[in-house]
Design a protein around this ligand. Structure first.
Ligand code: 4AD
Length: 458
């Protein structure tokens, strides 16, 4: 290290603050000498020059090693993923050349950190994960795959989306709560319950925090949570996980129309916020180049009209038969319809028989409930919501109809005894929202370490 050079300013690789690094008007000003830390994302050797792309989780920077630096043992044997410290001068890339943020670091000194270099040869990261690696292997090596550009961008967008939900809920004066994950009640049917022995009592991993959120309304006003939900799904589909992140909210003193308006508002505000951040926007557009903010208002379609639509378009049900009123619209049919319509749809008023016990009947059509699924192109259902039965007797009758013993639900049914109110809410699958936003084929690529039928590692 040449101590006679000006002192190097320590920066992050994506630091584009012109005042700090004086590069904004760098054309006629000398670049600043900076010190950066990062891992080798890529390296390329030419005769006299070596190009290194450094990565630090905040960005990428092209580094140029020339002269004796490029011929050192450490440069000649440099392996990907090795952590380095590099000092040098930032300069604009020459016209016609491309580099992250349009600049490159001309190194005058570099050092491989004392922790040592990353594995090379047969064991090099590029021999373990690459574009051609099978998806199943990539999932076993998720800890390494997360260093890739696509996986890391999706995870960074995920952080921004989750933060945006928190921001919008705060704007709308919702309060955040944290309901338990270990429960003794079901919400969405016994078939997908994970059961376990809880001090010799039967208990489950929660399927949804909805019932607990409902108990908060009387004292906290509108509430939300962003928690894990668990479903013992036994099929392998691109949109089912065993553990997923569930954005759930419950609204007091509303009617069904208010619920739909709120849902549209929250999704659009979240999208506005994430798209207003230049880095998040850039990542979304790189992952999903055709992404456009959805048009408002969202298309609203009744379940019965969807059945007619499926019949008209000759899309059959799971048994290969023509759809009829009362059918559960299966994943494949739902996705085909959403892909053809190609915009967000609020599908409403499902028959009571195919929906959860807590959904109230529509006042004008006793066959159907005040329920909504939000469907997105490429993914299908990303939100499920409804008004909630607010009458004690109706709720008890619903438990009976479903064959659920209401005893364990005393704390839930008590809400209807002590000052009930018209209320409703919804759950949004964060991974499904991201699969749509980032155009990912499967929700498995939208969470850190996916859990699904047959996989509980790494
Ligand atoms: O439609 P669901 O089952 O509704 C509920 O759980 C309600 N109790 C939520 C509420 O009203 N508070 O699930 C809601 C959403 C689905 O639309 C989907 O996005 C997601 O949760 N989801 C899953 N995501 C990934 N893997 C699974 N196995 C999922 N099951 C549901």
């Amino acid at each position: 290290e040449d101590k006679s050079l000006p002192e190097a300013v320590k920066i992050k690789l994506d630091d584009t603050d012109a005042k700090k690094i004086q590069l904004g008007d760098g054309k006629d000003k000398k670049g600043t000498r900076v010190r950066v830390f990062g891992r080798v994302h890529r390296e390329r050797r030419q005769k006299e020059v070596m190009f290194v792309t450094l990565r630090d989780g905040y960005g990428f920077m092209q580094v140029i090693l020339t002269g004796p630096l490029a011929k050192t043992y450490d440069a000649l044997t440099l392996t990907r993923e090795t952590s380095m410290q590099i000092l040098g001068e930032l300069r604009e890339v020459p016209a016609g050349a491309h580099a992250p943020n349009g600049r490159e670091l001309h190194a005058d000194y570099f050092k491989i950190l004392d922790v040592g270099r990353a594995a090379g040869g047969d064991d090099a990261i590029t021999n373990r994960v690459s574009k051609d690696t099978e998806h199943a292997t990539l999932l076993d090596l998720r800890h390494l795959a997360l260093r890739g550009e696509t996986a890391s961008k999706v995870m960074i967008v995920r952080d921004a989306v989750e933060f945006a939900f928190n921001t919008v809920y705060k704007e709308l004066r919702f309060r955040k709560v944290s309901p338990p994950a270990l429960v003794q009640t079901q919400v969405e049917g016994g078939a997908t319950l994970f059961k376990f022995n809880y001090y010799n009592e039967e208990a489950y991993l929660t399927q949804s925090s909805q019932l607990y959120l409902e108990t908060c309304l009387p004292s906290m006003g509108n509430v939300y949570c962003i928690e894990k939900s668990f479903r013992a799904e036994k099929s392998l589909t691109r949109r089912h996980l065993a553990e997923y992140t569930h954005v759930e909210a419950e609204l007091d003193f509303i009617d069904f129309g208010d619920l739909l308006d709120h849902l549209e508002e929250i999704m659009c505000r979240v999208l506005d916020i994430v798209m207003s951040d230049p880095v998040t926007k850039q990542y979304i557009m790189e992952l999903n180049p055709e992404f456009k903010l959805p048009e408002r208002p969202f298309k609203r379609m009744k379940y019965s009209d969807a059945i007619d639509w499926l019949v008209e378009h000759d899309i059959k049900n799971e048994d290969g038969e023509t759809h009829k009123f009362g059918d559960d619209i299966a994943e494949a049919a739902e996705r085909r319809m959403t892909d053809i319509i190609d915009k967000p749809i609020f599908l409403t008023h499902f028959p009571a028989e195919i929906k959860a016990f807590y959904m109230p009947k529509d006042k004008d059509d006793a066959r159907v409930t005040e329920s909504v699924d939000c469907l997105m192109p490429g993914v299908g259902e990303i939100v499920g919501g409804s008004m909630r039965m607010d009458n004690y007797d109706d709720l008890m009758a619903a438990f009976k109809r479903e064959g659920i013993d209401p005893t364990a639900y005393y704390w839930y049914t008590d809400q209807r005894k002590y000052g009930s109110s018209p209320h409703g809410g919804y759950g949004l699958g964060l991974e499904r929202f991201l699969a749509w936003l980032c155009k990912q084929h499967t929700v498995r690529d939208c969470c850190l370490y996916p859990r699904y039928f047959g996989r509980c590692k790494p």
